[in-house]
Design a protein. Structure first.
Length: 651
């Protein structure tokens, strides 16, 4: 009888530099699911890899004096080593520079062209190189990429287009008929309301302005645009488009694509439309998880936290890092990483709860029964409650993991850990050990502790691959007693198993000393070249901007019609100003320097295209310009010299 199959993927990572702990988040989650499904008896395919083509790689490699392939080879080697360190059990690692992938992508592009779903035209619009994304004028936010917030470039070039708009209605219908296709629900609603219902435009799928990509076989000026190239990896890795497509027939459609929320759009609109055009089944689910960030901002060393996973694993062990990533944040939501939060989790959950439970149990069996429990045992109060909770953990964990709820699953497991620790306090083995007549009861208590630990050690395997092995060694748990199925049964542990104390599973950490130690691991990482470039881009410490940056500001002459103090504030004034044919309300922190009546009638300079902001609950529709002298404690408003109408543009 054929095994049930399970196919899970992570995004293929862009080799843009050294990975931080946030990059490990998706891959560790996918690995936990792959391990869980293998334990259940599934034939698993777990895919990860690297997306190696595109304009950014070509530019960066040239800056390093390397070919694109030389550049990505070096980085990919580091990624593979990191996955080994993190105990990632992927079944396949795909690189978009692999020959078989390139050939398959060329076949896919040609098939879509022959079908009429790809046609030649000319693209003119905005392009974000870091995101490899095209945007229309209306999609930009403040003139920048809506995904990453960085600058975009105006691009005009001959391109091939995919008829994405053709599949709009089919995509909406699929999402309506398959509500589980996009998870969490918030991501599904976002795709429908923000992209599908407003209308899809055809998609640019080739480039001519660079050549680092998959060549179009029938038009050698063009390379296949990165999203057709990258998204196809999920089927080319299985052999689609090759002479051996056995794995494709076996594992496709994928059970789940795990992706970061920033690329949900590509995986739930572009990718399904491509598959529809190829007459292939769609993946069963796309799960868009949140970001692991530092203090709500971008993850980097400058934030004061060590985010290098190699350093963290070397200091605390791979299981501690994996546990933190999967336990700290509900999967699907954004979470905040800090060294303090990591150490707190290690101390409370791993050292105090699990580690202490194992070491106390082994120590008591050694102390009271010389390492081997006797056959004569006596049941008593609290036993049944402990048993019921422990045998229910497997089912609860399975139910939650099938929904990708890693944090909640670990929470349920730790309820069992806590209940087992409480059982020690309830039964007080040290008191029972004082009288010989209590030895059968003491033996039962310690057996129940060992059996509880056996069950817990099995259930934590998907999350923590190394710790169960250490526990099994200390309690002498053989292979037939640690199957996934046996975690749902009580009484499997053999009482004549000799226990032996081992190293502490998770040593407790001195928070204050450790945080200071970690601070010392955050040196100034800027190279001399980077420092020089930064210096050249500034004058007197002020960063220089281009004329294009300045042109984005809309400066206007305004006339102050009225002015009053903001209640309960010593610093704020509320001004009503006229700018041509409209009036605006401005809140400004100038009350210490100007009285309201002094400003009425003055003509000032306003940044008129600033996003409105609320200050003390009052909307401010722009900002008036002023010069400050901090040493003298002086502020002077910028006024207009001469007679000019309000609304006039300042340039």
């Amino acid at each position: 009888m054929n095994k049930k199959t399970y196919y899970i993927t992570t995004p293929i990572y862009y080799p843009s530099g050294k990975l931080h702990i946030g990059h490990s988040y998706t891959t560790v989650a996918a690995d936990a699911m792959a391990r869980y499904k293998r334990l259940q008896g599934y034939d698993v395919m777990f895919l990860t890899g690297t997306d190696e083509h595109g304009q950014k790689i070509q530019r960066v490699s040239a800056e390093h004096g390397m070919t694109p392939k030389e550049y990505v080879d070096k980085i990919v080697d580091g990624i593979k080593k990191l996955w080994d360190l993190m105990k990632i059990s992927n079944d396949k690692f795909i690189r978009t520079t692999d020959d078989y992938h390139v050939k398959a992508v060329q076949k896919i592009f040609k098939a879509l062209y022959d079908k009429g779903d790809i046609y030649k035209s000319e693209y003119e619009g905005w392009y974000c190189t870091p995101c490899e994304s095209f945007w229309t004028e209306t999609q930009l936010e403040d003139g920048k990429c809506p995904d990453c917030g960085r600058s975009v470039e105006k691009t005009r070039e001959e391109s091939y287009f995919f008829r994405l708009s053709k599949y709009q209605d089919r995509l909406i219908k699929h999402l309506e008929e398959n509500p589980e296709f996009i998870q969490p629900t918030s991501r599904r609603n976002e795709m429908i309301n923000n992209f599908l219902k407003p209308g899809l435009e055809d998609l640019c799928v080739s480039r001519t302005s660079f050549n680092w990509g998959v060549p179009v076989t029938f038009d050698d000026k063009h390379v296949v645009y990165v999203w057709i190239d990258a998204l196809s990896n999920y089927i080319t890795a299985l052999g689609y488009g090759s002479d051996d497509d056995e794995n494709f027939r076996k594992f496709w459609p994928a059970d789940v694509h795990l992706v970061g929320k920033e690329i949900v759009r590509f995986h739930t609109i572009i990718w399904p439309a491509m598959l529809m055009a190829l007459d292939l089944p769609l993946p069963k689910q796309v799960f868009g998880h949140g970001w692991l960030v530092l203090d709500g901002g971008k993850m980097s060393k400058s934030k004061g936290n060590v985010v290098d996973p190699v350093i963290l694993v070397e200091k605390y062990g791979v299981d501690a890092i994996r546990y933190f990533l999967l336990r700290e944040v509900p999967f699907g939501s954004d979470g905040v990483f800090s060294n303090e939060a990591l150490i707190s989790r290690i101390n409370s959950d791993l050292a105090n709860d699990l580690g202490n439970l194992v070491s106390r149990t082994v120590a008591m069996i050694n102390k009271y029964f010389e390492g081997v429990l006797p056959e004569e045992r006596q049941t008593g109060e609290f036993d049944e409650d402990l048993k019921n909770i422990l045998v229910s953990v497997k089912g609860k964990t399975e139910e939650l993991l099938d929904k990708l709820q890693f944090s909640t699953a670990l929470s349920e497991i730790w309820k069992a850990v806590s209940r087992t620790n409480k059982y020690i306090d309830e039964t007080m083995p040290w008191v029972l050990a004082k009288e010989e007549k209590n030895r059968p009861r003491l033996a039962e208590v310690l057996y129940n502790l060992a059996e509880s630990i056996r069950i817990i050690s099995i259930i934590i395997q998907p999350f923590m691959p190394e710790t169960p092995l250490k526990i099994w060694e200390q309690l002498s748990i053989p292979e037939d007693q640690r199957t996934w199925e046996s975690a749902g049964s009580w009484g499997v542990y053999r009482q004549n198993s000799p226990v032996k104390a081992g190293a502490v599973l998770f040593p407790r950490i001195d928070m204050e000393k450790e945080l200071k130690s970690l601070e010392n691991l955050n040196p100034d990482t800027e190279t001399e070249k980077e420092k020089q470039e930064k210096k050249e881009k500034s004058v007197a410490g002020v960063k220089l901007v281009t004329i294009d940056d300045f042109a984005k500001l809309d400066l206007r002459v305004v006339k102050v019609l009225s002015c009053e103090k903001v209640e309960k504030s010593n610093k704020l004034l509320k001004l009503i100003v006229r700018c041509g044919n409209e009036e605006r309300q401005i809140v400004s922190g100038i009350a210490e320097y100007y009285k309201p009546e002094e400003l009425v009638g003055k003509k000032l300079v306003l940044i008129s295209n600033l996003k409105p902001a609320k200050i003390r609950g009052i909307e401010s529709q722009g900002m008036i310009l002023a010069a400050t002298d901090d040493k003298a404690g002086k502020l002077v408003l910028v006024t207009v010299d001469g007679d000019i109408d309000d609304g006039a543009k300042v340039s």
